[in-house]
Ligand binder design. Structure first.
Ligand SMILES: [Zn+2]
Length: 231
């Protein structure tokens, strides 16, 4: 019986030999050159992942640096004036940079906590859909599109990589989501009636702020004002 078992074991080993050879063959397929290619591909994937985190923040910090950091020391007269005025800021590209605008940020000049602190009643969120790589006040060449790069780096939906319209819709959705998450601190205004209701509410609660959307250049409207309703 023992011998029989021994033969059975030996034949089992023999049957496993081809599998070992198959495994060996698979190992042989990983030639040094293939290993190098896989290594380069792996490195590229890791580099892209790191770049997608680091590059947008670097670009944001370059474009939206704060020249002098707090604490600030405004005069009593300036503070008094700021408290009494109804402040409106007509331009901020804050939706472009992927920051959580419900958090107090160290870049840019707009987020909800600072809008409330600064007694800002109304903030325009101006949507950027296209920009040249090197902005020049005198003239810019057509053809380069910095916002494509920004969209790819920040992992925006693929549709935004080439479509100006999708960039408008994406950034508009971002503002709506900030408002939803703000528990009423940020109000999005879409009509004159919204503005009237908001001002009544704000007369009793100064710790809220409001935003409305703008589209820089309005080039995505294609000369049709009805397209505003889509946004
Ligand atoms: Zn702008």
């Amino acid at each position: 019986m023992a011998k029989g078992c021994g033969r059975a074991s030996a034949s089992a080993v023999e049957r496993t030999v081809p599998e070992v050879e198959v495994g060996g063959l698979q190992r042989d397929l990983l030639t040094p050159s293939l290993k190098r290619v896989l290594g380069v591909l792996g490195s590229l994937i890791v580099a892209c992942a790191i770049l997608s985190v680091v590059a947008p923040r670097f670009l944001d910090s370059q474009q939206n640096a704060i020249a002098s950091r707090p604490p600030y020391a405004p005069s009593a007269r300036a503070v008094d004036l700021q408290r009494r005025l109804r402040l409106v800021d007509l331009h901020a590209d804050s939706l472009l940079w992927g920051r959580d605008l419900l958090q107090r940020n160290r870049r840019g000049h707009v987020d909800v906590p600072r809008l409330v602190d600064g007694n800002v009643a109304l903030q325009a969120f101006t949507i950027v859909t296209s920009a040249p790589y090197f902005v020049n006040l005198d003239h810019n060449r057509a053809g380069s599109d910095l916002i494509s790069l920004v969209a790819v780096m920040q992992r925006w939906p693929i549709a935004t990589w080439s479509s100006l319209r999708e960039r408008v819709l994406y950034q508009a959705r971002q503002l709506g989501q900030f408002a939803e998450r703000s528990n009423g601190t940020l109000v999005v205004l879409r009509s004159a009636q919204d503005l009237e209701r908001y001002l009544v509410r704000r007369a009793h609660d100064g710790k809220i702020t409001a935003g409305y959307l703008g589209v820089e250049g309005a080039n995505e409207l294609k000369n049709e004002l009805d397209n505003i309703d889509e946004y």
